[in-house]
Design a protein around this ligand. Structure first.
Ligand SMILES: [Zn+2]
Length: 136
């Protein structure tokens, strides 16, 4: 079985049973709002300390708000060009992420995407977002 290794960022995502990724949020102990990632210092809504909340694991569903193609390689692990999008995660959390598409034209504002693992050269996996199949 071709099972991915360890996550590069274990506070951000975890492998789901269906082979996609779940995202790890901080659920506020005071107001209940979600903050991403689970390692945040505190609630983005009311400022309550992270210790008052708990980690909440949710399916890695998101919605594209806007996207841009990056033509300069910022890290050796990521060959340019690649597509970055601002995504709306659970609870209205906004996060920039790398998309598993070849062209930004493959995306459109409002398009649903899901988190999937991408295997790194060292065998660990990182998080990418891919469009949800229309048939799903
Ligand atoms: Zn809060």
């Amino acid at each position: 079985m071709n099972h991915p290794g360890e996550p590069v960022h274990p506070a951000l995502y975890a492998l789901a049973e269906d082979g996609t990724l779940d995202l790890l949020y901080l659920a506020c102990g005071a107001c209940g709002a979600l903050t991403f990632p689970s390692s945040a210092y505190g609630c983005r809504c009311c400022g309550a300390a992270a210790e008052a909340g708990h980690t909440q694991r949710l399916a890695g569903r998101a919605r594209v708000r806007q996207m841009v193609t990056v033509h300069q390689a910022l890290t050796p692990a990521l060959a340019a060009p690649y597509v970055v999008a601002e995504l709306e995660l659970a609870g209205g959390v906004l996060e920039e992420a790398v998309l598993d598409v070849r062209h930004e034209g493959d995306l459109a504002p409002g398009m649903p995407v899901r988190a999937v693992p991408a295997i790194m050269p060292d065998g660990r996996f990182t998080c990418r977002f891919a469009p949800l199949e229309d048939a799903a």
